[in-house]
Write a protein that binds this ligand. Structure first.
Ligand code: MLT
Ligand code: MN
Ligand code: ZN
Length: 295
């Protein structure tokens, strides 16, 4: 299996347009310790085809940076489809940048689809018969994406997207991890996770885990004076501390455990910081844009 982290940042990316937090300021100042990052997405390459796991608002930049995602003739795309893990805007806004009448398949749970379908913009993905084909991602049921690549959606506690809060009742289909299997290789992608122990029943044979690294601590935004929301209220388990994800992930015998969907406030983004070192010393990795994973 060949995966590429197209975007390793959380919503907003690094730097975020309206943020001058220490990390965003470091990137703008050219500090080599902090890499710029686009918003969360992963590509899976199967033969000459590609499947996108989430459609980042930065998808056009991600395509232009990766020749394997680029057209090979007039009006062509190797991108066969997009799989959504939830309906958050940092995972779906890119769909509207892929509207130029190129047929592809969109896999999402029924609930995520329902949230999208309320939006008049969705009609731009339905310009003709066979344009974007919706394919239902059923919880626990393996779905063939392309070639031998199969995905199974695993429900994780999460929340509806911010813009749908209070209008759609919370559902087990709001947020999923994707278990990806191709031949003998297995990867697990869980970019929003409240408690990594929910993944434990699904780890058999997993060679690569891409997991929620949004925040280092619960009150990261509050400490920086950037907001009032705690990490878990946004459905993200922080990395550090007795109840953080690192203490659990450090014990899992998975060859590659990689934090991704990393918010611009997260101190692990500073190479050489004590927070980044704590992650690396526990045997985990910190995703960056363009990181390629051969399973
Ligand atoms: C998240 O990952 O929590 C969301 O992308 C946040 C948001 O929608 O702003
Ligand atoms: Mn997000
Ligand atoms: Zn920032």
């Amino acid at each position: 299996m060949i995966l590429e982290v197209l975007g390793s940042g959380a919503g907003g990316g690094v730097p975020q347009w309206n943020c001058a937090c220490p990390n965003c300021a470091r990137v703008r100042a050219g500090d080599p310790r902090v890499r710029a990052r686009t918003q969360d997405s992963v590509a899976a390459f199967v033969g000459g085809d590609a499947i996108l796991l989430n459609a980042s608002p930065d998808v056009l930049r991600q395509i232009e940076r990766e020749p394997r995602l680029q057209p090979r003739r007039a009006r062509h795309s190797p991108i066969r489809g997009v799989v959504l893990t939830n309906g958050d805007l940092d995972h779906v806004l890119g769909l509207f940048s892929l509207r130029e009448s190129q047929p592809f398949t969109l896999w999402a749970t029924g609930r995520v689809w329902e949230g999208l379908a309320r939006n008049a913009f969705m009609k731009t993905l339905d310009r003709f018969e066979g344009h974007v084909t919706f394919a239902s991602l059923r919880l626990g049921e393996p779905t063939r994406l392309s070639g031998d690549l199969v995905a199974t959606a695993i429900p994780l506690r999460g929340k509806p997207p911010v813009h749908l809060e209070g209008t759609l009742a919370p559902s087990a289909e709001d947020n999923v991890a994707l278990l990806l299997q191709e031949g003998a290789t297995t990867a697990l992608y869980a970019s929003s996770c409240l408690d990594v122990r929910e993944l434990e029943p699904h780890l058999g044979g997993v060679g690569t885990l891409l997991v929620d690294g949004t925040f280092f601590v619960e009150d990261e935004l509050i400490r920086l004076g950037l907001g009032t929301a705690e990490a878990r209220s946004m459905a993200h388990q922080p990395i550090a501390g007795d109840t953080g994800s690192l203490a659990v992930l450090a014990r899992w015998p998975i060859p590659r455990r990689i934090y991704t969907h990393i918010n611009n406030t997260n101190p692990i983004l500073v190479e050489g910081s004590k927070e980044a070192s704590s992650v690396l010393e526990a045997g985990l990795e910190i995703a960056h844009d363009g990181m390629e994973i051969h399973g």
